[in-house]
Write a protein of this length. Sequence first.
Lengths: 424, 112
Amino acid sequence: VAEPGDHLFRREAGRMVAALTRLFGVHNLALAEDVVQDAFVRALEIWKLRGVPENPSAWLMATAKNRALDILRRERTARTFAPELGRLLESEWTLAPTVAEAFGEPAIRDDQLRMMFSCCHPHLPEIAQVALMLHILCGFGVNEVAAAFLTGHAAMEKRISRGKKVLAQSKRLFDFTMSDDSAVAERLSAVHRALYLLFNEGYHGAHAELAVRAELCVEAMRLAELLLAHPVTDTPSTRALIALMCLNAARLPARVDASGHLSPLLEQNRDLWDRELIAKGTHLLDRSATGSTITEFHIEAAIASVHANARSLEETDWRMIVDLYDSLLSLRPSPVVALNRAIAVAECHGAERGLAEIAAITDIERLANYPFYFAALGELEQRLGRTARAREHFRAAGTRARNPMERQFFERRAQEAFDSARIG
Amino acid sequence: MSDFLYLYRGGDSAGTPEQMQQSMHKWSTWLQDLGAKGHIKDQGNPLERTGKVVKKKTTITDGPYAEAKDLIGGYTLVQAKDISEAATLAAGCPIFDNGGFVEVRPVMQMSM
């Protein structure tokens, strides 16, 4: 008996909801979700005893499609369905082909994109947009979204149901093929930000469990790939965004060492980096260098690419990285970016200069709870042999750690500073 | 070896897609394991949750006989040494995760 691939149900859930919403209309999102749930219950009941069919996706899709036909026939007088399909759903002659088309691959791809655009509604805060995408397009249950973001179930439930209400009120899904260019561009950049947020939550987020974090990165990349596959959304900034995801995700396998400890970039075993992702990211970064706008994704991808393509720490082109951080600062002034720039300066010009750059950061008080601010101070003090100060900074980082793995890492650093002081 | 019928009763399959996929994985692991040990005579079938109840020629009503929580959702025919082995084997069934249970019934023998 074949086993369906990892997360098949979750993936298919997003695709089925997208297709069903096209037919039922976004105001009937709840109905679409019920149909998906029914299809899964049926699949589970049959497959658990009879085994999984050869093509489980096709089976699920066919089940959802038949149920949709049934509902469209039975309830067409009682309900209104997708306004843009209007009459096509009314006559038997056009109903079956319309439903068949909605469940075809090209339509499903477009519908997932439309759903993604719709989730990034300007009335919703970014975090709600991301939660909605995870729930609707990635098939995460409310409890699973809450767990991924370390929020309570009730709070997430509220956020998601409010998001669905906004979706339902928008009457129809955002149509990026029919809308004017500036509306599409504006919404696309909201989609980019949401996917970036989702990726970063996986990459840097507070969740201690690596499996959860990697999954969020994978989902962000999967959704971003959908943008790449459509001519309207395959823009230079889409490519830059995916390049940045690939080039950073390539380092994920090396972020934890053999004994389960967090391993900072400078200490990672570069043999563990994913060469395929690096190649893909580098290629996309090249292809993103068209058009006239340069986004922060371009610059962040370029920084990641300098790291990813340096065979060793010593070969890293830190001057280039400092320049790139300068450009990033002018696009997006932020103390975190300035801190990263200062660390690169230290690599170029020594720890003393690095500390001076850190001291000169504007809005430095915004880093008061950022553990890596203290960790950076600790590293640089340690390099200068001021171990007592280094230890204090690492301890400060430890108390601000966002998960046990980080805390353990900072405590280890503090201990090392203490040990080196005793030897010295 | 004697034959026993497992009747899967009750249990709510609904959940998040991920939970349902995991639940299916547990079922297939459990049944494969039973099969590998030579206990499966017929993997069985799932049953629809609706049907007719026929009592005498003239009394045909809708719906299954049992209450929803005890409804038979499917069956499997297994082979085991005796009823206690059959019951022990059933204890590994993933149906308990979802609030269902397994009824184990010996199949009567013709031999005297």
